[in-house]
Design a binder for this molecule. Structure first.
Ligand code: DLL
Length: 435
C-alpha cells in the first residue's frame, strides 16, 4: 500500500472524553425529555403511546425504551408535510425533505437550536475524519432539500474551515476547482468521487498529486474494498460519514481516520438500538439487525425509535464512550432475493473489486424470465485491453463461491455505465416487466 498523507493530531471535545457512565446518565435525562416533548406536542406520538399503553413517565432507565412504539417512514408520510413537528411552525428555521422517489417526500424540520446541534455534530464528524480548523473543504454533496450539502457545509463552518460549496454535478468543473482552490478535504458520495476520479484521469490530471488529504464519504453503502481502491488511486484517507434526514442528516456518526474501524454514533444526540427486523425485539450489542434511533435533543421533530431499515451491528467505542457501528451492509429495501438467497449490492461491490480488469462501477439488473429471479450484473472493463469474457467469468465464479448465488455478468466498455452525481442507483428491478 502506498503511503497516505499525515493527519494532524485531534483534540476530542468534552462529550467525546466523557465516561460511558456519564454518557448513559446524560442519555437517560435527554431521553425522558424527548418522550415528554413528543407526547405533549405531536398528536401521532400521543396516539401511538396511548395505543401501546405507555406514558412518558413509564420511562425510568434506558432499558425501558423497548416498551415504546416504533416510528416508521410511513408515519412521517401519513403526517405530510408538517404533522410531525413538535413546535409551532414559526419556530422551524429550516425544512429538508427526502427525494420521495417511492411515494410522498418525507419532510423534516429544525429549530435554530437543532441547527446548532447539527452543526456541532457535523464539526465533530469532520474532525474525526481528519479535517482540521483552517482547512479548505470542497462540498460535492447536493445542496437543496437533500440534507447532504447544507449539513456538512454548516459542520465545516462550525469547525472553522473555509467551505467551498460546489454541490453535485458538472464533473469537469469539480476537477478544475480542486486544482485551483486546493482543498484539503472533499465531502462527496463514494460513487460520485469515482466519477470525479475518472474525469481527472480523462483530463490527464494525476489524482494522487492533488492537495486533498481526506475524502469524507457517505450517503450510500460502500465497502472496505472501495476504500482501498479510492485510497490507492487518490492518495487520500477515505473515511465514512453516516446520517439520515429523519434523524438529522449527515453527521449522525463518523469514522475516526486513525482507526478506520467502524463509525462512531454520536450518542449524546442520537440513541441507537439494534432490533430484529422481523420481530422488532431488541438484540444485544454485537448482533446484526436493523438500526433504530431515538433523538435526544431535537426540538422541531423528535423521533422515537425510528426504523432506519439500515442493517448493521453495534460495537464498543475504542477511543470514545460512544459505540461504533459496523459498515452498513445495505438497507433492507435493497436486499435482493435471488433464487432464495439474500444478496446486497455491497457484496457484489466487494467481490467485483477483487477482480483485476474490472472497474468499480456496477449495476444489478433483476429479471424474471421464467419462474425464477435472475440477476445480471453490469460492470465495466478498466481498459480496452481487458479480456472481458474472462473477467466476467471470474466475477460470476467469485459470487457463486462466496455467496452461493448464480449470476450472469455483462462486461461493458470503459465509460458505458451511467455515472452517479450523488447517490448511486445500484438496482434496476425489471421483474414485473419480465415475468
Ligand atoms: O444520505 C444523509 C447523508 C448525507 C449522510 C451525506 C452522509 C453524507 P438520506 O437521503 O435521508 O440522508 O438517506 C439516508 O442513506 O438510511 C442509509 O441507508 C444511507 N446512508 C447514509 N450514509 C451512509 C453510509 C443522507 N455512510 C440513508 N453508509 C441511510 C451506508 C448510508 N449508507
Amino acid at each position: 500500500m502506498s503511503s497516505l498523507p499525515e493527519i494532524p493530531a485531534n483534540v476530542l471535545d468534552a462529550a467525546e472524553r466523557a465516561s460511558v457512565e456519564e454518557l448513559r446518565t446524560l442519555q437517560t435525562e435527554r431521553m425522558a425529555w424527548t418522550l415528554r416533548h413528543a407526547y405533549a406536542n405531536v398528536p401521532h406520538y400521543r396516539a401511538a403511546f396511548d395505543a401501546a399503553g405507555v406514558r412518558p413517565q413509564d420511562f425510568r432507565e434506558l432499558a425501558d425504551l423497548r416498551h415504546f412504539p416504533f416510528t416508521a417512514k410511513q408515519d412521517l408520510r401519513a403526517n405530510y408535510p408538517f404533522g410531525m413537528f413538535a413546535v409551532p411552525r414559526e419556530q422551524v428555521a429550516r425544512i429538508h425533505a427526502s427525494s420521495g422517489t417511492t411515494g410522498k417526500a418525507t419532510v423534516v424540520g429544525y429549530t435554530a437550536s437543532d441547527l446548532e446541534h447539527w452543526a456541532a455534530v457535523g464539526a465533530r464528524s469532520l474532525r474525526a475524519a481528519g479535517v482540521r480548523p483552517g482547512d479548505r473543504v470542497h462540498v460535492a454533496y447536493g445542496y437543496g432539500l437533500f440534507t447532504g450539502g447544507l449539513g456538512v457545509h454548516y459542520g465545516a463552518e462550525a469547525l472553522g474551515c473555509t467551505v467551498i460549496p460546489v454541490s453535485g454535478g458538472m464533473t469537469a468543473r469539480q476537477v478544475q476547482l480542486i486544482q485551483d482552490f486546493e482543498p484539503d478535504a472533499i465531502c462527496v458520495t463514494p460513487s460520485y468521487l469515482l466519477a470525479i476520479l475518472d474525469e481527472m484521469e480523462r483530463q490527464g490530471v494525476d489524482p494522487r498529486a492533488t492537495s486533498l488529504r481526506v475524502a469524507v464519504l457517505g450517503a450510500e453503502p460502500w465497502t472496505d474494498a472501495m476504500r482501498a481502491e479510492i485510497e490507492d488511486r487518490m492518495g487520500v484517507h477515505a473515511v465514512d460519514i453516516y446520517g439520515l434526514s429523519e434523524v438529522m442528516g449527515p453527521g449522525v456518526g463518523n469514522e475516526d481516520v486513525g482507526e478506520k474501524d467502524g463509525t462512531y454514533l454520536w450518542e449524546d444526540h442520537f440513541y441507537p438500538e439494534i432490533v430484529d427486523p422481523e420481530t422488532g425485539a431488541v438484540v444485544p450489542d454485537g448482533e446484526q439487525g436493523e438500526l433504530v434511533f431515538t433523538s435526544l435533543t431535537k426540538q422541531a421533530m423528535p423521533v422515537v425509535r425510528y426504523r432506519t431499515r439500515d442493517l448493521t451491528r453495534l460495537l464498543p467505542g475504542l477511543s470514545r464512550p460512544m459505540r461504533r457501528m459496523e459498515r452498513i451492509t445495505g438497507r433492507s429495501d435493497d436486499m435482493m432475493i435471488v433464487r432464495g438467497v439474500n444478496l446486497f449490492p455491497s457484496q457484489i461491490e466487494e467481490e467485483l473489486l477483487t477482480v483485476d480488469g474490472l472497474a468499480p462501477h456496477f449495476l444489478c439488473v433483476l429479471t424474471r424470465p421464467g419462474r425464477l429471479d435472475e440477476l445480471c450484473v453490469r460492470v465495466e472493463a478498466r481498459d480496452a485491453a481487458v479480456d472481458r469474457g474472462a473477467a466476467g467469468e471470474r466475477l460470476a465464479f467469485g459470487v457463486k463461491e462466496k455467496f452461493g448465488v448464480t449470476i450472469t455478468v455483462d462486461v461493458l466498455e470503459p465509460g458505458d455505465l451511467e455515472r452517479s452525481q450523488g447517490k448511486a442507483q445500484r438496482i434496476v428491478d425489471m421483474r414485473a416487466a419480465t415475468s
